[in-house]
Write a protein that binds this ligand. Structure first.
Ligand SMILES: Nc1ncnc2c1ncn2[C@@H]1O[C@H](COP(=O)(O)OP(=O)(O)O)[C@@H](O)[C@H]1O
Ligand SMILES: [Mg+2]
Length: 257
């Protein structure tokens, strides 16, 4: 299978982009994949995480590109998995438009971390609308997954987020708990999946495997659709996750029967 480029993005700062990017990198690296992590945020939190990482842990190559359009295309070909951690404000600051487009061109799959507060949901709605109307995405719509981050048992806000996502046909693939284990992992250059002796970390393993499974399926679906000709104008709907697409096909055929 060709390499998979995963963009972690949301214009909102503090929603968990770096946390998701670094933990995803660790999850893939412990599964023996060749992994590169691209720090495309001038704040350089991902680089800091990488510098704290113990050399005994599975290797993750770090590349810093605060200007993503400068990423040389051949570099991504050397890896099974490339993960791009992005800066905040990509859709809200016109000056960052080129950066956003460069990242969208590279991406095979997009992961959008979202917090479930009313403000974050509103900002997330705007971000996803801007993403799906972006010309680069519309020319080649890559699968989008939302992941709920810092879930703390507030059911009302989770339900609001689920309702919003169901309206736009984007899967909420998984959710990560609010837990101090994420700060601990961040400070020590690890992913929670590498903290096997930590009980709170172990509770999160399933959520990370759910996300990597979804991304691996999205990669296969993306490669199949890349074989089809590109169409100039596409409807405003994200491609369905493979499981959802299969369910829809079944119910379509049941309706026809
Ligand atoms: N699931 C979580 N539980 C607890 N703290 C979290 C969680 N996800 C992120 N954080 C913390 O929230 C802060 C912002 O996260 P970060 O990944 O840096 O966001 P972004 O990259 O979007 O700005 C960090 O201090 C991080 O440790
Ligand atoms: Mg960050």
């Amino acid at each position: 299978m060709a390499g998979l480029n995963i963009l972690v993005v949301n214009s909102k700062g503090g929603c968990g982009k770096t946390t998701v990017a670094t933990n995803l990198a660790a999850a893939y690296a412990t599964a023996d994949r060749r992994v590169a992590l691209f720090d495309c945020d001038a704040q350089a939190s991902t680089r800091h995480w990488s510098q704290c990482r113990d050399a005994q842990l599975s290797n993750i190559d770090l590349h810093s590109y605060p200007v993503p359009s400068q990423i040389p295309a051949p570099i991504t070909g050397a890896y099974d998995i490339c993960i791009f951690d992005s800066a905040p404000g990509l859709t809200t600051k016109p000056v960052l438009r080129n950066d956003f487009e460069a990242l969208l061109r590279l991406a095979d799959a997009i992961v959008v971390p979202m917090l479930a507060s009313a403000w974050d949901i509103r900002a997330g709605e705007q971000f996803i609308a801007q993403l799906m109307t972006q010309r680069v995405w519309r020319a080649a719509p890559t699968p989008i997954a939302v992941v709920s981050n810092r879930v703390n048992g507030n059911l009302t806000s989770q339900q609001k987020l689920q309702h919003f996502l169901s309206c736009i046909d984007i899967p909420a693939v998984t959710q990560f708990r609010e837990s101090p284990v994420y700060a601990e992992a961040g400070d020590s250059g690890r992913g929670v999946i590498e903290m096997k002796l930590n009980r709170a970390a172990r509770k999160e393993f399933k959520a990370w495997h759910t996300l990597t499974d979804w991304l691996d399926h999205a990669a296969i679906a993306g490669q199949q659709s890349a074989q089809q000709a590109r169409r100039p104008a596409l409807p405003l709907a994200a491609p369905k996750a493979p499981a959802a697409a299969a369910a829809a096909t079944t119910s379509d055929s049941q309706e026809r029967a």
